[in-house]
Design a protein around this ligand. Structure first.
Ligand SMILES: [Zn+2]
Length: 120
């Protein structure tokens, strides 16, 4: 059983990460909202396309991460935080310290990643 001060600490970490991500998302959305300047220089145009693609990837990844962080905050509220969503085993505290929003234990996470790589 986790102590209250532990989950308060975790909540604070997650809320901080949520704030950083929200800013990053707003920033990327802003950059993507600005139309590409028409430029006679092809290299310029390629550069801005590349940087837009990077922003789009960053945006997608940040949104995904934000979802995970919000889900983790909900799990703290409903008391299921720290329990693997797939097998119900306790997630190792060292893993939660490294990845506070982890919803799967290492074993299930590895299994899921293997599945993903097979799909690719
Ligand atoms: Zn598991």
């Amino acid at each position: 059983m986790k102590s209250n001060s532990d989950s308060r600490e975790t909540r604070r970490t997650l809320e901080e990460q949520r704030m950083v991500l929200s800013e990053r998302i707003a920033d990327a959305e802003h950059r993507l909202g600005v139309p590409i300047e028409p430029s006679p220089d092809r290299l310029d145009l390629t550069q801005s396309r590349i940087s837009r693609e990077r922003s789009a990837i960053l945006l997608a990844e940040s949104k995904q991460l934000l979802d995970q962080i919000e889900a983790a905050l909900r799990r703290i509220d409903d008391g299921s935080y720290g329990t693997c969503a797939a097998c119900g085993e306790e997630i190792m505290p060292t893993r939660l310290r490294a990845i506070p929003y982890a919803s799967l234990c290492i074993r299930c996470q590895t299994r899921q990643e293997e599945k993903v790589s097979v799909n690719l």
